[in-house]
Design a protein around this ligand. Structure first.
Ligand SMILES: [Zn+2]
Length: 469
């Protein structure tokens, strides 16, 4: 089994139970798991005590770096990289933005899904993500969840793809156009197929499939119930959807169903440790309490919430109450980025801003708390205890960011906080499942130039086909 020693890091951020930060630290990896973590001196002594078994096959010196657990991105739509900046530059709200994009997205095919997933995952890995949950909810022109899984497997990303769905089109009172919705029988059959084909519940799994109606209002209540039942008939299958993203949505739900969004989905069996909601910008106190009781999680997406003017999620209140909160870049078309470290910075900044009912407070979120959302927070929301921290037995997923460049110059008092208080950097090293994916700031196996060119050719083609080119 191959061995790798990452040593001499300025700081190793473990995110273990004691939240140890080790100055001059090392991480020893065997195969796809972490064998031990400690100070350089301790690890050198540990190796010397059994050199035959412990002399590493490869050593990477990480002086000038902060080494931390690979980050976990819990909400995304990778295909949206193809339509970055459509409507966001000029400033559209969520519903108008969606209506502008549906005709373009309807031209997407299998190749577009594959290429956009590959590109967005590359961008994510370069920004420090090592696990990604994606929410793919439209499948036009023969595209399938398989297309993005192939991209993740080729890159070596730990992947939680979710099989999304939309079944209530405009003619039935829904938001999406009829040509983008699917028959509910087909949705359930394909959900079953992808679970049986790809889902791996084992520890250190590289692919776990989830099920994810786009929102409770773009499918029927029956499909919400059937989807939850199907997910629970398999081990460790997550349930995911958008919820309480905007005040419009809260109003719509109250007008149409006489209840708020969380109560609405809870009555459809959507509550529990396996459930996580994207956004939750507008929960009230009662709803926060209900999420604590049910152990349902939240994925906070600050950039998207700002770009679409959805609001500021009360993350501080949710964390203080004990809600599981993760971080997601969302988008890409509502971000317009795939920068995981940048998203942690946004989470920290946005919580500090004042908004109605909350005074501005610089200590509402610290840099370390934001980094915790992006690592351990994501692991908990995805029901994983094998990622999110650098500890013996956990997956060998780590990233190193350089802190000796111009962006961090002078940040010597707190190198860990400088990851977020200074301009967010690019991963210098990324190891996923024990395999080096990024080295010296470059993807090891992928030539980005041709990939970007191909991606942009497809993006231009979509605009042309939709009559916007
Ligand atoms: Zn989303």
């Amino acid at each position: 089994m191959s061995t790798l020693l990452v040593r001499s890091a300025d700081v190793v951020v473990t995110m273990d139970a004691q939240r140890r930060e080790i100055r001059g630290g090392s991480v020893f990896i065997r195969g796809n798991a972490i064998e031990t973590v400690g100070s350089d001196a301790d690890i050198a002594a540990w190796i010397a005590s059994d050199p035959t078994a412990r002399t590493p096959a490869r050593i990477i010196g990480a002086r000038g770096c902060v080494v931390m657990p690979g980050m976990v991105n819990c909400h995304h739509h990778l295909f949206q990289s193809l339509t970055r900046t459509v409507g966001t530059g000029s400033g559209l709200g969520l519903f108008d933005w969606l209506k502008m994009l549906y005709p373009i997205w309807s031209k997407i095919d299998a190749d577009a899904i594959y290429v956009s997933a590959k590109l967005a995952l590359c961008e994510l890995v370069l920004s420090g993500a090592t696990t990604v949950a994606d929410h793919l909810y439209l499948f036009p022109n023969g595209s399938r969840l398989d297309d993005e899984i192939r991209a993740a497997q080729e890159l070596g990303m730990r992947f939680h793809p979710t099989r999304g769905s939309m079944s209530v089109g405009e003619s039935a009172g829904g938001l999406p156009p009829d040509y983008l919705v699917e028959d509910e029988k087909d949705i359930l059959a394909d959900s079953r197929r992808v679970l049986e084909t790809f889902h791996d519940p084992a520890p250190l799994s590289m692919v776990r499939v989830g099920l994810a109606p786009c929102s409770p209002f773009s499918v029927t209540p029956e499909l919400m119930i059937d989807t939850a039942r199907l997910a629970r008939s398999h081990e460790r299958v997550g349930l995911h959807t958008h919820l309480a993203e905007t005040l419009d949505e809260n109003r719509y739900c109250l007008d149409k169903f006489g209840k708020r969004p969380l109560e609405f989905v809870e009555e459809l069996d959507w509550h529990g440790d396996e459930v996580w909601f994207a956004h939750m910008v507008h929960p009230d106190e009662d709803e926060i309490g209900r999420m604590v009781a049910s152990r349902s999680g939240v994925c906070h997406c600050p950039s998207s919430n700002m770009i679409l003017a959805s609001g500021i999620a009360p993350v501080r209140a949710m964390l203080d109450a004990g809600v599981k909160v993760a971080l997601g870049v969302d988008g890409s078309a509502s971000n317009d980025g795939n920068h995981m470290l940048g998203e942690a910075r946004q989470a920290m900044l946005l919580q500090r801003v004042g908004w109605p009912g909350f005074e501005a407070r610089a200590d509402r979120m610290t840099a370390r708390e934001a980094l915790e959302l992006a690592t351990l927070g994501g692991a908990k929301v995805l029901q994983r205890n094998d990622i999110g921290s650098l500890e013996p037995g956990n997956a060998a997923d780590l990233v190193a960011f350089r802190v000796d460049g111009i962006e961090h110059a002078g940040g010597q008092s707190d190198l860990v906080a400088s990851l977020l208080t200074c301009a967010p950097g690019r991963a210098w090293l990324s190891v996923i499942n024990g395999r080096i994916v990024v080295e010296d700031g470059m993807l090891r196996d992928i030539d980005l130039g041709p990939l970007i060119e191909c991606h942009n050719r497809i993006a231009r083609g979509l605009l042309e086909k939709a009559g916007l080119g």
